[in-house]
Write a protein that binds this ligand. Structure first.
Ligand SMILES: Nc1ncnc2c1ncn2[C@@H]1O[C@H](COP(=O)(O)OP(=O)(O)OP(=O)(O)O)[C@@H](O)[C@H]1O
Length: 232
């Protein structure tokens, strides 16, 4: 299988802080990867680097063979933890904006996602609850036919049953050869859908494991592995 993401000898500093130093990892296409780590371990920073939003890094970041930057933004869909919508914009207006802006945006899929999330296109974004706003932002990300989806804590404000339903349905919304990287602290909820897990500590990947190995060889679930890795 091909490497969709290849990061080599990546160094990145923010202010006085060296966040990554000679970081290496790769991700194959067609995989769902959980990026796990304690607060401040560098998860969001990796997402921003892969999304092409962080500057002045050193080393190599390749996505589908292209150096991360303007070109890769056209096939990398990034769900941030904040949005820049105007409160009085209706959901249908935002959908039309995305449709004009992203060549890989699938308007029909956007409306299907809206129905799946029980959202109405005539609603104003500013009137949505925090959880429903998160559902909408996730819908806009998944409505792109991207090669790589970066979901940074996608459903932290969404109620338990909706979250379970959405996570279990993630697979149906993305192409077979694209990959998803998802960060979350809700380990149990993602365990059934992910292929691999990357554990980060202090800016270093300390373990990159397939779920199959974790379960069949180590006889551990994700939470047990997390405790083994971090409770040292
Ligand atoms: N603007 C900044 N200036 C300096 N250091 C920063 C800045 N933004 C983040 N950092 C530092 O970078 C490190 C990684 O932060 P990051 O937000 O990527 O962690 P995280 O794993 O996503 O955390 P969390 O689980 O709390 O969301 C932290 O030590 C943080 O203090």
């Amino acid at each position: 299988m091909n490497d969709l993401v290849k990061v080599e000898q990546l160094s990145y500093r923010k202010g006085m802080k060296q966040i990554f130093n000679a970081l290496d990892f790769s991700i194959q296409s067609g995989k769902i990867i959980a990026l796990i780590g304690e607060n401040g371990s560098g998860k969001t920073t990796i997402m921003r680097l892969l999304a092409g939003l962080a500057l002045n890094w050193k080393g190599q970041i390749l996505i589908d063979g292209c150096v991360v930057g303007t070109k890769t933004k056209s096939f990398v869909a990034y769900l941030e933890d904040k949005n820049n919508y105007q409160p009085n914009q209706r959901l249908e207006e935002i959908i039309s904006f995305y449709d004009r802006f992203y060549t890989d945006f699938d308007k029909r899929r956007a409306y299907e996602l809206l129905r799946f999330m029980n959202l109405s296109e005539s609603e104003k974004i500013g009137n949505l609850s925090k959880g429903n706003a998160e559902k909408f932002a996730l819908s806009m990300t998944l409505a792109r036919r991207a090669k790589l989806y970066l979901l940074d804590e996608p459903l932290s404000g969404v109620d338990l049953l909706s979250r379970e339903k959405i996570i279990q349905s993630l697979l149906q919304w993305f192409e077979e050869d694209s990959s998803i990287i998802i960060t979350t602290h809700q380990l149990r909820e993602i365990e059934n859908i992910i292929d691999e897990v990357l554990f980060l500590r202090d800016g270093k990947i300390i373990l990159h494991e397939s779920l199959e190995t974790m379960k069949e060889v180590k006889h551990k679930d994700l939470e047990a592995l997390y405790r083994e890795v971090y409770e040292i």
